[in-house]
Design a protein around this ligand. Structure first.
Ligand SMILES: NC(=O)C1=CN([C@@H]2O[C@H](COP(=O)(O)OP(=O)(O)OC[C@H]3O[C@@H](n4cnc5c(N)ncnc54)[C@H](OP(=O)(O)O)[C@@H]3O)[C@@H](O)[C@H]2O)C=CC1
Ligand SMILES: O=C(O)C1=N[C@H](C(=O)O)C[C@H](O)C1
Length: 248
């Protein structure tokens, strides 16, 4: 397949390597410095676009691909408020779109286990739940997209929880949490070089249950994005990464 890479930072560069290993061709690379090359003519040289840029640039990149009729895989996080609008637009079109807050197989298994555990915990209200995420210092958004998906999985399955709230904290600057019983607290930490660690913690007076996913590097995210580009070919409409991994 011919791939357009929109965003050529930490993720874009690993995606390029994995795509080439899988015998794909990179026909366009767009970064901050060459945004003027993001034209319909250039996009139409590709079969699919893979978008890992920034929360401030992702929507414009999606719009360009939509106008060019190019299927797009979006991994960029930090724009969850616009997702419903994008979903409606793609579901009313012949264009294809797939979004994942996290494309790694391990995290998608974790998402599933998280939902099953949340349902089970309805019978055990003496546990309270919170989510913790740790990422590198360059991360622009908080909470992480993955942590939001985890919190949504809890809210959809644990009756007591209605919405999530976030605090960004560090060891020198601890922030007091004002979470109410109906809130899922997401605690975000930023520590140099951490690719992404997510923990769900159920705490009671007598014990703690934890499930945790630790990314050792970014290769799992990047491979999942290339698999999504292969998977979206020939499809129409809006998909989420859960549609690609059959974990039911
Ligand atoms: N869904 C998933 O599985 C994963 C998602 N992510 C998400 O992917 C995104 C990118 O992560 P990462 O690669 O680590 O971030 P980086 O900051 O390393 O890369 C982002 C790149 O986007 C470039 N950029 C800036 N403006 C534009 C533009 N208009 N069009 C295209 N590219 C542009 C930046 O250029 P410059 O530096 O010159 O400004 C930079 O090179 C983040 O939102 C992150 O949360 C990350 C890992 C996994
Ligand atoms: O910015 C990152 O690095 C990551 N972002 C994604 C997120 O916000 O969940 C996925 C992964 O955790 C790495």
């Amino acid at each position: 397949m011919k791939i357009a890479l929109l965003g050529y930072g930490k993720m874009g560069k690993i995606i390029e390597k994995i795509a080439l290993d899988r015998k794909h061709e990179i026909v366009l690379k767009i970064d901050y410095d060459n945004q003027q090359d993001l034209t319909t003519e250039n996009l139409q040289k590709a079969d699919v676009a893979i978008e890992f840029s920034t929360p401030g640039t992702v929507l414009a990149n999606i719009n360009h691909c939509f106008d060019a009729g190019l299927p797009i895989v979006v991994g960029t996080t930090g724009w969850h408020q616009q997702i419903t609008e994008i979903k409606q637009r793609y579901n009313n079109s012949d264009n294809a779109f797939i979004y994942g807050t996290n494309f790694s197989v391990g995290v998608n298994i974790f998402f599933h286990v998280n939902k099953v555990l949340a349902k089970l915990m309805n019978n055990h209200p003496y546990y309270d739940v919170q989510v913790e995420e740790i990422h590198h210092l360059q991360k622009l958004d908080s909470p992480s997209g993955t942590a939001i998906t985890i919190a949504e999985g809890i809210i959809d399955n644990l009756d007591q929880k209605k919405q999530w709230i976030n605090i960004l904290t560090d060891a020198n600057n601890p922030v007091e949490d004002n979470a109410k019983a109906e809130d899922v607290l997401i605690e975000s930490h930023r520590i140099d070089s951490v690719p992404g660690t997510h923990t769900v913690i159920y705490d009671s007076e007598v014990d703690t249950i934890e499930i945790k996913h630790t990314a050792h590097n970014r290769n799992g995210f990047a491979l999942g994005a290339v698999l999504a580009a292969e998977w979206i070919k020939g499809k129409n409409g809006f998909y989420s990464v859960e549609d690609m991994f059959d974990l039911s």
